[in-house]
Each structure stands twice: as structure tokens, then as C-alpha cells.
Design a protein around this ligand. Structure first.
Ligand code: ATR
Length: 274
């Protein structure tokens, strides 16, 4: 039997760990798969998707900067992709392009399974109101936190995002609030950094009161200690980077494509060691 073919599409793409992760998962089931890194030209995302379809690929993960284009191109969307407004997982079903988003589920699964932290009934602070933050809103609300506060440098963006999720928050009986960083005056059980501030090494202007010893401070970025992580660590928080989220979002995509759920802990551990 010929191996089923998958890919990750991005620009840049060289740094992507997705092929290693998906191959590690496939090994767990003695599955032989092809999983390629594909660099799409900035103006050539759809042409790349069409080429992969024509070459018999069955699906693709989508990364920066194409998640919104993948959303627009999808002919069918999961509820969580619709809520995220972005697609990171495409399935090529006959001639149809089906879009899903596994990022938020990846974050929640990492927090629950590997950070050993529940979200139900907790006070959660989400920093940022861009694409990354929007992608995790619905899965966070589905955990039924007591309170979800969205804080952003510019309040209008936080407000617009909260408005979009008002009905979901009501369904979860979660108190949804918006603040600027300077307005924050409460202490939280979980703080999640979904801003892109870590890319520029700039420190977030959040007051120290949000942290308490033992709480979980989670940065969705991975690969190095960000100023946010340093700030949280100094306050005695349990600190996590986004490596577990990366592996968990891949596991969810793998389950969608192959119908089986891989073990994530050994894969996370092997990346940490290397
Ligand atoms: P992404 O897809 O990574 O979410 P984005 O949609 O451009 O990227 O959103 C970036 C987020 O990081 C925004 O919430 C942005 O805040 P603003 O809406 O006020 O611009 C936030 N951000 C980026 N750099 C930041 C910094 N230095 N301090 C605080 N917030 C920052």
C-alpha cells in the first residue's frame, strides 16, 4: 500500500517541527505516512493547495501567514474553525476542502493533561486579542471557567473579540470581561499569553497582582524564555511554554486524519530533551 501523503504549508516553513511530530505519531501505530514541509509563495497559497490535491495529498496543516486564507478557501468549516476565524488543518475530501482549527484544543489539552491544571471554575486571564487569542477563545470557554478576562494593549480590539464570544460565554456561565493591561487589578488562577510581544523581547506592561505563587502562567510561544515567562517565574508561578500546545494541536489533526489518538507525552519529552 502506498503511504498517505500530508504536508504543512507556510512561509517560512524551514523551522517547522510538524513533520517530526507527525512521523513520531505515525510510528506509534506502525503507520507509514509522507509528511512534507511545503513553502508556498506569499501570493501562492491556493495554487499550492491545488497542486497538493492534484498530487494525491489527503490533507495539510497550515501555518503563518496562511491560516486566514485557508479559512476563506474552506468549503466546509468546523464550529471551532468558524469561531477562530482561521484554519490550521485542511482535509482534502474528494473535491472538497474541509477546514478545522486544532490550536485552541491543543492549548486546552496541554493545560489539562500536561500542566495538570483544571480550567473549570477558575479565573482565567487571556493576554492579547489578535488571531492567536481568537483561536483559543471557544475551547477555553467550553471548559466553563468561572471568569475569562481578555486584556489587550488596545481595549477596542479586546472588546470586539469579547462581543464575538458573548453567547458562548453565556452558554458556559462564564463571566467575560475586558481590560487594558493597566486596568488589571485581580489575581488569576491561570494567565495565558497570546500576544506576539515575545517575538520582540518586549516586556508586557501587566501589573504583578495578576500572578500568585503556584498559579499557571502559560506562554503560547515556545523555544525560549520570554519576558512574560520571566515575570511570572519571579512571582512564583508554574510556568509553561507552548511546546505542549504545538504537539497537542498536531495530535488533534492526526486524530482527524487517521482516526486514532496518539500519545503526546513521549513526543513532548523527546523535544524537550533535544
Ligand atoms: P497573532 O496572530 O500572533 O495573534 P496579531 O493578530 O497581529 O498576531 O495580534 C498580536 C497581538 O499581540 C495583539 O493582541 C497585540 O496587541 P494590539 O492589539 O494592542 O496591537 C499584541 N501585542 C503585540 N506586541 C505587543 C506588545 N509589545 N505589547 C503588548 N501587546 C502586544
Amino acid at each position: 500500500m502506498t503511504a498517505k501523503k500530508y504536508a504543512v504549508i507556510g512561509h517560512p516553513i524551514e523551522h517547522s517541527k510538524s513533520p517530526l511530530i507527525h512521523q513520531a505519531f505515525a510510528q506509534q501505530f506502525n503507520l507509514s505516512i509522507v509528511y512534507e514541509k511545503v513553502l508556498a509563495p506569499l501570493d501562492g497559497f491556493m495554487a499550492t493547495v491545488k497542486r497538493l490535491q492534484a498530487e494525491g495529498f489527503l490533507g495539510a496543516n497550515v501555518t503563518v501567514p496562511f491560516k486566514f486564507e485557508a479559512f476563506d478557501a474552506s468549503q466546509a468549516l468546523s464550529a471551532r474553525a468558524q469561531a477562530a476565524g482561521a484554519v490550521n488543518t485542511l482535509s482534502f475530501q474528494s473535491s472538497q476542502l474541509v477546514g478545522d482549527n486544532t490550536d485552541g484544543c491543543g492549548l486546552v489539552n496541554d493545560i489539562l493533561k500536561h500542566q495538570h491544571t483544571a480550567l473549570a471554575g477558575k479565573k482565567v486571564l487571556l493576554l492579547g486579542a489578535g488571531g492567536a487569542a481568537q483561536g483559543v477563545m471557544l475551547p477555553l470557554l467550553e471548559q466553563q471557567p468561572l471568569q475569562l478576562t481578555v486584556a489587550n494593549r488596545s481595549l477596542d480590539k479586546a472588546q470586539a473579540m469579547a462581543d464575538r464570544f458573548a453567547a458562548d460565554a453565556e452558554r458556559s456561565r462564564t463571566v467575560l470581561q475586558v481590560h487594558t493591561f493597566a486596568d488589571l487589578s485581580q489575581t488569576y488562577d491561570v494567565v495565558i499569553n497570546a500576544t506576539s510581544a515575545g517575538l520582540t523581547e518586549s516586556k508586557l506592561a501587566i501589573p504583578a497582582v495578576v500572578f500568585k505563587p503556584g498559579m499557571l502562567a502559560y506562554d503560547m510561544m515556545y523555544g525560549r524564555e520570554t519576558p512574560f515567562m520571566q515575570q511570572a517565574r519571579a512571582a512564583g508561578a508554574q510556568v509553561a511554554d507552548g511546546l505542549g500546545m504545538l504537539v497537542e494541536q498536531a495530535a488533534e489533526a492526526f486524530s482527524l486524519w487517521h482516526g486514532v489518538r496518539p500519545e503526546t507525552a513521549p513526543v513532548i519529552q523527546s523535544f524537550r530533551q533535544s
